[in-house]
Design a binder for this molecule. Structure first.
Ligand code: ARG
Length: 460
């Protein structure tokens, strides 16, 4: 009573546990659309090459179309005994149309079939991911534009360093995503090579026309080596690597938002609709979306390592190990898509608290470097200026005052080159405005970068 398509050389039925253990239909059924698309292209090509008749082709194309509808209506009966998406669909086709269905697999193997399916799937997934990435980038650029004049303390070592524009910080996030866009673009370009026609590993004895299937399936070219084509999963590792780097970026952003939303910082307010409460502490508003993104990053990093490890011991050509590529790959796609969606929705809705940020900058003597630069412009060597300002800061720490709050006389006590014009450089606004060069944090530069980013996004 076996449903299997390969029982000929076997003398006993597959062990029930082994049947379940080796089955992949419960997760690879996600590839049904790509599998059907590939089969239709293959059937048309076989007909053009004289291997199938036009009647057989028409029956196959119609049958596969009906099967796709069945699957989408939830009426398709998936069977683990038929192992995977490929044999589930092929068996159903034969049940529906008879002998023509049995001819579909001529000149083909599941090895080139599955490699083709995943590439088609990932190609579409990358289009969607890149669109969501673009939406997030647009949101960041709008936020940067809105907050170009908002001053926050910039940090190094998580200690207040120098004042920066909040918009500048948002554009730093944007730049990370520009590189991520590039990585997904590269990945999509490299994966768009068609394995179909490689058959099990050596090619096929039928007179196939790979250029025809290639054109129909939208690949850039057919693969040049059948052994490599059925065993190559570089595109999966590359996609997981690009995803891992992207999520590392999102995780760093998450970490910053979590800190900033803490009352200890109080730099931003996250919209209530993106936060959750506590079951016990009535006052709590927790940044769970950001925390979940930071947490999801771990599983995607895990998938990258999983895929690298999956491949490292495999001899050429196809090995069944490869079936284990799908769950990490699918989960990476889902996770990346969801995390991008969450941030594209949430981040542009951030509400800033400029007064808190300014207060933090003042408390941290964020304009100390500006005072040193001022002394240098008055002729003091930088190292001496550094020591003079260091002493002034120590005085500020001891007396609880920012440099800008000290009297001119007090400041002159540290260096008599200091004059009344010093107060222009000690303000946070003056500090920002002074960094007015390409890549600097002056609001004016931030606006220029916003324009540049908008132009670039319009071309993405
Ligand atoms: N389910 C298999 C996979 O995901 C399809 C290819 C199986 N090929 C084979 N010779 N068993 O890789």
């Amino acid at each position: 009573t076996s449903q299997q398509l390969w029982t000929g050389r076997f003398t006993e039925a597959t062990d029930r546990f082994v049947e379940a253990f080796t089955a992949s239909e419960h997760f690879d059924r996600r590839l049904y659309r790509q599998d059907i698309r590939g089969s239709i292209a293959h059937a048309r090509m076989l007909t053009a090459c004289g291997v199938l008749t036009e009647a057989e082709r028409d029956a196959i194309v119609r049958g596969l179309g009906e099967i796709q509808a069945e699957i989408e209506q939830g009426a398709f009966e998936w069977s683990p005994a038929l192992e995977d998406v490929h044999m589930n669909i092929e068996k159903r086709l034969t049940d529906r149309i008879g002998d023509a269905g049995k001819k579909l697999h001529t000149g083909r193997s599941r090895n080139d079939q599955v490699a083709t399916d995943i590439r088609l799937y990932l190609r579409e997934a990358i289009v969607e991911i890149r669109a969501e990435l673009l939406r997030f980038q647009q949101g960041l650029v709008d936020l940067a534009d809105r907050e170009a004049d908002t001053i926050m303390p910039g940090f190094t070592h998580l200690q207040v360093a120098q004042p920066v524009s909040f918009g500048h910080h948002m554009l730093a996030w944007y730049e990370m995503l520009v590189r991520d866009q590039g990585r997904f673009e590269d990945c999509a370009a490299r994966l768009n090579v068609m394995p179909l026609g490689s058959a099990a590993l050596a090619g096929t004895s039928f007179p196939i026309d790979r250029a025809m299937t290639c054109a129909e399936l939208g690949f850039d070219r057919p693969s040049d080596n059948s052994l490599d084509a059925v065993s190559d999963r570089d595109f999966a590792m590359e996609f997981a690597a690009a995803s891992s780097i992207l999520l590392t970026h999102l995780s760093r952003m998450a970490e910053e938002m979590i800190l900033w939303a803490s009352p200890m910082f109080d730099f931003i307010d996250l919209p209530d609709r993106f936060c959750t409460g506590s079951s016990i502490m009535p006052q709590k508003k927790n940044p769970d979306v950001a925390e979940i993104v930071r947490g999801k990053t771990a599983r995607v990093h895990g998938h990258l390592v999983g895929l690298l490890t999956l491949m490292k011991g495999q001899p050429l050509a196809y090995n069944r190990d490869n079936q284990e590529d799908k769950e990490p790959l699918f989960d990476t796609v889902d996770t990346v898509r969801d995390c991008l969606r969450a941030f594209a929705d949430m981040v542009p809705a951030i509400h800033t608290r400029p007064e808190s940020m300014k207060a933090a900058a003042r408390k941290g003597f964020a304009t100390a470097t500006d005072l040193a630069d001022y002394l240098v412009r008055k002729g003091v060597p930088f190292r001496d200026a550094h020591a003079i300002v260091g002493a002034a800061v120590r005085h500020g720490v001891e007396t609880g005052r920012d440099l800008a709050d000290m009297e001119l006389e007090t400041l002159r006590g540290f260096s008599n080159t200091i004059e009344a014009d010093v107060f222009e450089v000690l303000t946070l606004e003056g500090s920002l405005a002074a960094r007015d060069h390409h890549g600097g944090t002056a609001p004016n530069q931030v606006r220029q970068q916003v324009q540049k980013a908008r132009k670039r996004l319009a071309e993405t």
